[in-house]
Ligand binder design. Sequence first.
Ligand code: ZN
Length: 296
Amino acid sequence: MAYQVLARKYRPQRFADVAGQDHVTVTLMNALTQGRIAHGYIFSGHRGIGKTTIARILAMALNCRNAIGSAVRPTAEPCEVCDSCMEIKAGNAVDVIEIDAATNRGIDEIRELRDAARYRPARDKYKIYILDEAHQITDAAFNALLKTLEEPPDHIVFMMATTQPEDIPQTVRSRCQHFSFHAVKLVDILGELRGIAEREGVDADEAALSLLAEAGDGSMRDALSIMDQAIASAPVEDGRARLDAGQIRELMGTVPNAVFERILEAVDGNRSAEVITVANQLLDAETHRRSWRGSL
Ligand SMILES: [Zn+2]
């Protein structure tokens, strides 16, 4: 099987599995249980914190073929096993259309979308448009979209994921429910990394995982990308990759406290040659770190 990056392999398929966005998932599940579905949703917040993941789970929950409260689907979570859930999970459902606005930002695409939106879904209950990087949609295209939002057909749901909600026109925003996502807490990222290390059969000490979680800086996806690289470059012992803090620090160029202490001692002792040597080592590490982060 082809190698799948961790962020994709462990992408949550249920609301309950999305870390750190309970204020969003609980509200959406309540709305689903009550059948109060909006025609437009805006999911905003930093990159890599679960906006499109939640949009996909919501799409599954909306088009799941099993009723909420049935034996296979006791709660508003998608059942994950019906045709519709499986297709959305695999990214090939005809009634769930994902558009990356960064590449399809023109008026023509949105016009096409507006015309297509008039037709009923091919099979499932809703025709769902997930617009990623929605702030990149042009004003003219937003106006075309607005026409649909002003008089939305019952079967249409738009979900816009964006890092810059303020760039979405007020006229569009006022017709959508807006959910603002939080940066993922360090402890939540750490918990996720710990679970994934275990499932991947990777030996990782707590300090190593903490460094990876910190490097994610509130973004689950970034933390997982760094973990991918750390695992790929880790030594293997008895068939298991082994992550330790020293190796990860080296990979990331993070400066251990001991190096700072050495510099301070050298400054204190007027040993300028030693200060320059250590500073050069730090610069080398920084160059290494930049080239490494740049490849993410
Ligand atoms: Zn289902």
